[in-house]
Design a protein around this ligand. Structure first.
Ligand SMILES: [Zn+2]
Length: 243
């Protein structure tokens, strides 16, 4: 980002109040990564900018480099993902994907694959897809793209394939001889499903059919992995998901 005026496609991950009438908008863009920009006057009802900088908007934006933050001088919304506002059950899922992405991406590095993943995730949430599996697939793929793929083929320590425990701290499977105090249960079937969710396209997440027990293990493992191994702390919006 060196020119005074630049353009980018972006996804609105978060917005917060800034001063009397402005908004500070967190955007995820393919080329410039994640950054904050000011939407001047966006809290005024007649603002031309307001509609284009709402959470869950996919748009084209023009920026002017300001002293502290870039200033949004133009916007052209492409998709608004209105289903997150129309369906209160769906809303937390959209927020969760946005929050997780926001927390995992540290700054202004190109992240085209993560941009596409979030855009696809928001689109798929609006369709008739299994939300639980979509979220687990999204989490695992996001971690993988950010360089934190869990080791799910064999024991992380001794490489035996008889590994049915998962260590959030070590970020992978462990066998009954190698595990430590933080190990949680992850049977071979659950590990196979998690591998499938990483490898298959996000749109095919609904095609795997875990048992209730495997779903429970998958939820525990991904939550523990994300909060502990990725050092994210608690992800607030995950508590709101109806799982
Ligand atoms: Zn082992």
């Amino acid at each position: 980002m060196t020119q005074r005026i630049f353009k980018a496609e972006g996804l609105v991950l978060r917005t917060r109040v800034l001063g009397e009438a402005d908004r500070l908008v967190t955007l995820l863009t393919p080329e410039e990564g994640k950054f904050e920009a000011v939407a001047r006057g966006a809290r005024k009802t007649k603002s031309r900018l307001a509609a284009g900088v709402d959470l869950f908007t996919y748009g084209r934006y023009t920026f002017h480099r300001g002293k502290t933050w870039p200033i949004i001088t133009g916007q052209d919304p492409i998709e608004r993902f209105s289903w997150f506002r129309d369906d209160p059950d769906l809303y937390p899922y959209g927020v969760y994907m946005a929050e997780l992405t926001d927390r995992l991406i540290s700054g202004e590095e190109p992240c085209a694959a993560i941009f596409r993943l979030l855009l696809e995730g928001w689109r798929l949430l609006g369709g008739n897809n299994d939300r639980f599996l979509l979220c687990r697939s999204f989490e695992l793929k996001l971690a993988h793209l950010a360089g934190y793929s869990p080791h799910l083929h064999s024991c992380t320590n001794c490489n035996t394939d008889k590994a049915a425990l998962f260590s959030p701290r070590q970020g992978g499977l462990l066998c009954s001889r190698c595990h430590g105090a933080d190990a949680i249960k992850m049977g071979p079937g659950t590990a196979a499903i998690a591998r499938r969710l990483i490898e298959a396209p996000l749109g095919r997440a609904s095609q795997v059919h875990p048992t209730d027990c495997q779903k429970k293990e998958l939820a525990c493992v991904t939550a523990a992995f994300l909060t502990y191994h990725l050092d994210l702390g608690e992800i607030k919006s995950r508590r709101m998901l109806k799982e």
